[in-house]
Write a protein that binds this ligand. Structure first.
Ligand code: AMP
Length: 143
């Protein structure tokens, strides 16, 4: 299974923000959409950074509530590790595990075409394993 199989099911919509938006508006977006990270896009670079809830927690711990009026680029992570739609799901999971993050934007021909989270990958992997198990059970029952 590949990353594009997940996007086919979950869709290609990605929540983005700009580097000069403030953290307060980024927080509202995370809350309203029930997500954990925003891709930071500019006119020339669709994946110029990523701002996850962890970045905001880190900034709060360091600088307190003044962070709310700071711009997104003061707390975002850059460069961003992205993947292609054809990447194997197991490779994307390995990247997230070794690099210790939970989101990977998907880029094709320089365009942002989706995002996958560790939750999406684990869900699909479990579905896949469940299908394998039922096929094996059916096979054993008829053998
Ligand atoms: P997360 O676990 O995804 O919430 O993020 C943990 C940390 O890794 C935060 O500092 C994020 O900004 C950063 N991060 C998340 N995803 C990526 C990525 N695809 N490439 C680079 N850094 C990332």
């Amino acid at each position: 299974m590949r990353v594009e199989d997940i996007l086919r099911e979950k869709g290609t919509n990605v929540a983005t923000t700009s580097p000069d938006a403030n953290i307060s508006s980024a927080l509202a977006m995370l809350r309203d959409r029930g997500i954990g990270a925003l891709v930071v896009s500019t006119a020339t670079n669709p994946v110029s950074g990523i701002l996850s809830e962890r970045d905001i927690v880190r900034a709060f711990a360091a600088r307190g509530s003044s962070v709310l009026t700071e711009s997104v680029d003061t707390s975002m992570t850059s460069p961003v590790v992205s993947c292609a739609p054809e990447e194997l799901l197991t490779d994307a999971m390995a990247t997230m595990t070794t690099k210790r993050f939970r989101h990977i934007p998907v880029v094709e021909a320089g365009k942002l075409v989706g995002i996958v989270s560790i939750g999406d990958l684990v869900k699909h992997r479990l579905d896949e394993l469940e299908q394998e198990t039922s096929s094996l059970r059916a096979y054993i029952a008829t053998a």
